[in-house]
Write a protein of this length. Structure first.
Length: 248
């Protein structure tokens, strides 16, 4: 049985006290089945997804940095959802791409070149003060080209630069099987739902990356309100901080 322990934790006010406390907690637990990463600490779990060699290789082959590696449980949920949706008719969508790590892991996990579908990636790839999303370290004029290069071996991955919903006018799928929404911005994520939700096929899934995180509570409220006014589906809040929706 495996353990997975990283330094990938956020929102810590007293780092020394936290490290001391988490170390004492881990040392007090049974020695196997511990997951401590990405603000999630569990124990006595099977962590079977860590034994999935295809999943492990999809992460390792993309040379994750410490922050990307800490997302292992979130990545497992994304790969699981994408694999399930790969049996449905429709394309895949990623709204909020950043460096493309998440999509690349999914593509490698699924052997996306064997799929008869396209993968649409939407992001501005830059940041300026008037934008509502917060800046990330790699935002800049070179990021779009770097992401395009990352997917050079996947000809059906379409990298589209621009703000949503305007960038949907450049290219957008007619039918969608799977969406991952990670835009750090309530207004932008609701704009994605406005334009693309009705294109999600029955059984299709949306994973909302920020849904259960306190720092992005505005997104949870906005998405819950949007659904309540239009559709019967509801979003399941996951311990990873993600939200999962299955289209009826």
């Amino acid at each position: 049985m495996a353990n997975f322990i990283t330094e990938g934790f956020y929102g810590i006010q007293n780092e020394e006290g936290f490290v001391s406390g988490i170390t004492a907690t881990i040392n007090a637990l049974q020695p196997d089945g511990i997951f401590a990463s990405d603000n999630l600490v569990t124990w006595s779990k099977s962590l079977g997804f860590l034994q999935d060699q295809r999943f492990a290789s999809a992460i390792d082959d993309n040379k994750p940095d410490a922050q990307e590696l800490s997302l292992a449980w979130r990545l497992h949920i994304l790969c699981w959802a994408a694999r399930h949706c790969s049996h449905l008719q429709g394309d895949f969508v990623e709204a909020g791409v950043y460096q493309g790590f998440t999509v690349k892991v999914i593509c490698d996990y699924l052997d996306f070149n064997s799929q008869e579908r396209d993968y649409y990636l939407y992001d501005v790839f830059t940041h300026s003060m008037e934008m509502r999303h917060h800046a990330l370290p790699k935002h800049g004029e070179q990021l779009y080209a770097q992401v395009c290069e990352r997917f050079r071996s996947f000809p059906r991955v379409k990298v589209i630069q621009g703000l949503v919903p305007e960038s949907f006018e450049v290219a957008a799928p007619e039918r969608i099987a799977f969406m991952h929404i990670d835009m750090n911005n309530a207004e932008a994520e609701v704009a994605v739902l406005d334009r693309l939700y009705d294109r999600l096929v029955p059984g299709g899934m949306i994973v909302f990356d920020d849904y259960g995180w306190q720092a992005y509570a505005a997104q949870q409220r906005a998405e819950n309100d949007w659904l309540a006014q239009r559709h019967p589906e509801r979003i399941l809040e996951l311990p990873t901080g993600q939200g999962l929706l299955v289209k009826q």
